[in-house]
Design a binder for this molecule. Structure first.
Ligand code: CA
Length: 525
């Protein structure tokens, strides 16, 4: 809370059309507290909980995020505590009766021109970092690749100062898996598309074992690597550059390491010749997700990310939001924002696929709000889902990706992924993000080696305690020191600085790199 006026009653109305606001004072507010809106609370209300901003008749819709989160089950006067006991749940939307496109709103073009300094790639994409990635076909080679990466970093990288890093794309897939199962397409295309992430400059090199199920040609079939631009003075399409450890030519461990170093050097030479150039902000491909959430996630950090999303979409950029299980119960809100019936149908297809995936695991998807959620002020699953969906801003949803697919168009994209932080991040890398934004309330040191991860704290006390891990403090929204729009704008500008390499995120500073975790819904053998 703000040091200047620790006891001033404060509530946040997330959307101007809302008829409830959220109490943000530590410890909540006692009965009789006079709100800045000019009326008093008729009862005590805990922190994170809702107060009625107007008299509500029985049956009247209660709106938060400009969405009906329930109906008053009894008359409620202004200043009342609105909680799950006085709210009737809205009927959950059936997947075959969803509104389509009724709320789709196209973004107006940005009033100012925004740019950043990026690395333009032959396929038209733009990198925010200049990284040599070493793709692997199977977990068996991970130790050898890690050894080689260490030697490349110490012996080769100092000679190529324009290259930011060398990353081994380690994973647990590749063998001992049912590689012809229909759902094996997901982990395979995820690995393929990660190796083509814009931050790797189209320099694909592969380390393979030799006998694994996922052969290099299956991972990266001919034609999957974009042809290089001859006019830029670089080679035309090379064959797949693969170091195979079981090759008869390899005698001893050191000969394998020598092969990897020799191959890596030719890629480093090309990457080192690249320079940043000024490109429009429309070349940003930003993945957003949340993790370690708290009652303030949907109140401060996620709405601020939502505003930054709107600014990115106005600038013509691409934003991906994900996390199926977090948005499932607000699916009617997403189909209502679909730019076309096809987009709405694709979203329904992804929800339906995931429903069946969970059923197979005999998981109860009535996965309702937990007692902790309700204690924190989230009355029901609709309200919880909206707290996550709000990261997607307010504009029309232009496209949908299945897990592991690569984004093919600009605009606001729903990229279907599990909510698991590591799996969501891995699938967003495959989708082609060049920047990642992560909100957290409880706190997580999450980071990726492949793209910068900007972390947004929901509360100022987390931002203070984790001052060298959190990049943006959205808690200033709760203290009244900043508006949602101001923090959203601050985040947007920070993204342009990070994308340009002018600033580093804390996760980059400390090299906090979480593992790639593939989503493999297919059987292992
Ligand atoms: Ca997550």
């Amino acid at each position: 809370m703000s040091d200047s006026a620790p006891s001033t009653p404060r509530v946040i109305q997330v959307h101007p059309e809302d008829n409830v606001a959220i109490v943000v004072n530590d410890g909540g507010l006692p009965k009789g507290s006079l709100l800045p809106q000019g009326f008093s609370l008729i009862e005590a209300i805990p922190q994170g909980h809702k107060v009625a901003l107007q008299d509500l008749a029985e049956g009247e819709p209660v709106r938060r995020y400009n969405v009906v989160i329930g109906y008053a089950s009894q008359p409620l006067v202004r200043g009342s505590w609105v909680n799950e006991r006085v709210l009737r749940m809205p009927t959950p939307p059936a997947l075959d009766q969803l509104p389509i496109g009724t709320l789709a709103r196209q973004a107006p073009p940005a009033r100012e021109v925004h740019t950043f300094e990026g690395y333009r790639n032959a396929d038209g994409s733009v990198g925010t970092r200049n990284i040599l990635a070493i793709t692997t076909t199977v977990q068996c080679v991970a130790g050898v690749v890690a050894h080689a990466v260490q030697r490349i970093k110490t012996e080769l990288l100092p000679r190529y100062p324009n290259v930011d890093d060398v990353v081994g794309l380690e994973h647990t897939y590749g063998c001992g898996v049912a590689i012809d199962a229909p759902d094996a397409v997901i982990p395979i295309r995820t690995l393929r598309n990660i190796s083509l992430n814009p931050n790797f400059g189209g320099e694909v090199m592969v380390v393979s074992l030799g006998c694994e199920k996922l052969q290099p040609e299956r991972l990266l079939p001919p034609g999957s690597i974009p042809i290089r631009d001859e006019h830029a003075g670089v080679d035309t399409l090379p064959g797949l550059d693969t170091v195979c450890l079981q090759d008869a030519a390899h005698v001893g461990f050191m000969s394998m390491i020598d092969s990897i170093l020799r191959q890596a050097e030719s890629h480093l030479q090309r990457l080192d010749r690249r320079r940043r150039e000024t490109v429009p902000a429309s070349e940003l491909v930003v993945g957003v997700q949340c993790g370690g959430s708290d009652a303030f996630s949907g109140l401060t950090a996620n709405p601020a990310v939502g505003h930054a999303t709107d600014l990115l979409i106005e600038a013509g950029a691409t934003v991906l939001f994900s996390e199926v299980t977090e948005v499932r119960d607000g699916i009617d809100q997403l189909t209502a924002r679909a730019a076309s019936p096809e987009v709405a149908q694709a979203m329904v297809r992804e929800m339906d696929w995931y429903d069946r995936y969970l059923e197979k695991g005999r998981v109860d998807r009535s996965a309702n709000t937990t007692p902790g959620n309700k204690k924190g002020g989230l009355s029901n699953i609709v309200e919880k889902a909206m707290g996550s969906i709000v990261k997607s801003g307010s504009y029309a949803i232009d496209g949908v990706l299945s897990p592991g697919e690569k984004v093919q168009r600009k605009g606001l994209i729903y990229a279907a992924t599990p909510a698991s932080d590591f799996i969501c991040g891995t699938l967003q890398l495959a989708a082609g993000v060049n920047l990642h934004v992560f909100t957290t309330g409880r706190g997580t040191p999450y980071g990726l080696a492949e793209v910068p991860v900007v972390k947004v704290a929901t509360r100022s006390d987390l931002a203070r305690r984790w001052h060298d891990l959190m990049d943006i403090d959205a808690g200033t929204i709760a203290t009244g020191d900043a508006s949602i729009e101001e923090v959203g704008r601050q985040l947007f500008e920070f993204m342009l600085d990070v994308a340009s390499g002018r600033k580093k995120t804390w996760a980059e500073q400390w090299k906090l790199h979480n593992a790639l975790v593939l989503f493999n819904p297919a059987p292992v053998t």
